[in-house]
Ligand binder design. Structure first.
Ligand code: PEP
Ligand code: MG
Length: 559
């Protein structure tokens, strides 16, 4: 028996079964330089391939938004320009020109600090593979020979592979490369397929037919398990599956306590595909649409039209309120096409609403797009990182300007659109009473609020033990904000990670939180937790916690 570990879980679940190793098809570029007289024919061959690839992706994009992004990449001028110039200037054949251009574009993404953007390199390569397969006239493996339940093991999987997986037989997958924020991981989560990625040594450890236990919740993998381990994991798998079935049963029921207090369970999303995924998880709405991903995935500041299309699609899909947060860039999130000045303290620097208020035209482009989309569903606008009444007023003034422009142009929008704000800075907590009089709703961003209140960098591994939202200071801040919001008659939600912490839910519920917003995969768990709580009891616990002096005391009350 051999034991391997995955550094992080991509999509939870427990499976035991036989391995199927994905065969790699040869997509290496072949051939060499071409004579000058063949240059035009080679350019034409590439352009014809581009049309074929686009046609394939158009069909796939109708089913899955990720391929919409691939279509944009395939159609991007940078790719065509790179390939064509390499054919014309360096006399490379189309395959070589393609592979070099794809490597260059992927390297740009790969160099970025942001993990999410780094993963986009995999999407660029996936599009490159599709081009290459078409140029070489080879078929990428379609897994059609799999006729029994298996765990798929591969060097790497790409979104186009995931779309071909037959879920009747493929019960989980493990890849040697790739990261948890890759689109493959996101897709696995969306379809509830247990998945581990970035598992070093997995390809050397298994062959077709090797027996394997994978616990994608803890990241543990047992290759050729002994009898005892196998029996243990078979039981764990059964327990996990019955737990999932139970969660599935509550997934469509309201998040209502045993004594009748009802709250909303909403989704946190980054694109239209996530919205669909959240809808599949029966969320009550979207509590946080992180619009910055739209900016980060683009090669330029997205135009009003480009943004409108995305927000409109999201609004049409969302059954209830869709909360779009305006651009929250800066800090650890960069844009590939905009150079930020070097800052000593980026998290305390030029980020989020500060940038929007400084770059007014860009802000207006986004607000106009959101307003136009508000004619197609129920949208709320949310401003990030507010520290003062002046900032909130400033943002609302720009919103009013956009409304007036659209009205004058005769363009439809929801004139009563709600404009709320995130509570994620200590200043906004202290000013919560005043802000509540001018904001239409609050959403508490505990990820930032915890780091700013405790002065503990949320991304610094060395002090990660100090980053704890159960710190009494954070809990008191949350309670104060909820009280202030309710006193002014507005709803208070939470879209930081703390909202998906099952242990925290009793406190948040007891403090009166109205909306819990989280990654869709966590929704059923919190729904289930809340359905088993009594509001009266939760209020009691929340009250007790307010006088706690230490995290230990808090945890003692939670039991
Ligand atoms: C937060 O800070 O809690 C939050 C939801 O925003 P982000 O994680 O995008 O900074
Ligand atoms: Mg934040």
């Amino acid at each position: 028996m051999k034991r391997l570990y995955a550094p992080k879980t991509a999509s939870r679940g427990i499976v035991t079964g036989k391995v199927y190793v994905k065969q790699e098809v040869n997509l290496e570029p072949c051939g060499d330089k071409i004579p000058e007289e063949l240059v035009q024919a080679e350019v034409n061959r590439f352009l014809k391939t581009k049309e074929e690839v686009k046609a394939e992706l158009e069909v796939l994009a109708e089913k899955n938004e990720i391929f919409g992004a691939h279509l944009m990449m395939a159609d991007d001028f940078t790719l065509e320009e790179g390939v064509v110039s390499k054919i014309r200037v360096e006399y490379l054949n189309a395959e070589l020109a393609l592979s070099q251009t794809v490597e260059e574009i992927a390297a740009i993404f790969d160099m970025m600090d942001d993990a999410y953007m780094k993963e986009r390199a995999a999407d660029v390569k996936d599009v490159g593979k599709r081009f290459m397969a078409n140029l070489k006239g080879v078929q990428a493996g379609d897994f059609s020979d799999i006729q029994e339940p298996v765990i798929l093991v591969a060097r790497d999987l790409f979104p186009s592979d995931t779309a071909r997986l037959n879920l009747e037989y493929i019960k989980g997958f493990i890849t040697q490369e790739g990261g948890v924020t890759s689109h493959v991981s996101i897709m696995a989560k969306g379809i509830g397929l247990p998945a581990l990625v970035g598992v070093e040594g997995i390809l050397e450890a298994v062959d077709n037919g090797t027996l394997l236990c994978m616990d994608a919740s803890t990241g543990e993998i047992f290759v050729e398990p002994d009898e005892e381990t196998l029996a243990e994991y078979r039981t764990k798998q059964q327990e996990y599956e019955s737990w999932q079935k139970m969660l599935e049963q509550v997934s469509q029921l309201p998040a209502e306590t045993t004594d009748g207090r009802r709250v909303s369970i909403c989704g946190n999303v980054g694109n239209v595909e996530d919205v669909q995924n959240a809808v599949n998880h029966h969320v009550d709405g979207i509590g946080l649409f992180r619009s910055e991903f739209l900016y980060m995935e683009s090669s330029h500041f997205p135009t009003e039209e480009e943004q409108f299309e995305v927000y409109r699609k999201a609004a049409e899909l969302c059954p209830e309120e869709l909360t779009i947060r305006t651009l929250d860039i800066g800090g650890d999130k960069e844009l590939p096409y905009y150079e930020f000045d070097e800052e000593e303290n980026p998290f305390l620097g030029w980020r989020a609403i500060r940038i929007s208020l400084d770059m007014k035209e860009m802000f207006k482009t986004q607000l106009r797009a959101i307003l136009r989309a508000s004619a197609f569903g129920t949208i709320r606008i949310m401003f990030p990182m507010i520290i003062s009444v002046e900032e909130l007023r400033g943002a609302k003034a720009v919103l009013e300007e956009c409304k007036a422009e659209l009205a004058a142009e005769g363009i439809d929008f929801d004139a009563g659109i709600q404009a709320g704000m995130m509570i994620e800075t200590p200043a906004s907590v202290l000013m919560a009473e005043e802000l509540a009089e001018e904001a239409d709703f609050f959403s508490i961003g505990t990820n930032d609020l915890t780091q700013y209140l405790l002065a503990v960098d949320r991304g610094n591994k060395r002090i990660s033990g100090m980053y704890n939202s159960f710190h009494p200071a954070v809990l008191r801040a949350i309670a104060k904000v909820i009280r202030a919001g309710h006193a002014a008659g507005i709803k208070v939600g939470m879209c930081g990670e703390f909202a998906s912490d099952a242990k925290a839910s009793v406190l948040l519920l007891g403090m009166g939180l109205d909306e819990f917003s989280m990654s869709s995969g966590e929704a059923s768990n919190i729904r289930y937790t809340i359905r088993n709580l009594s509001y009266a009891r939760a209020q009691e616990k929340a009250g007790k916690v307010q006088t706690c002096r230490t995290i230990e005391e808090v945890m003692g009350i939670l039991g």
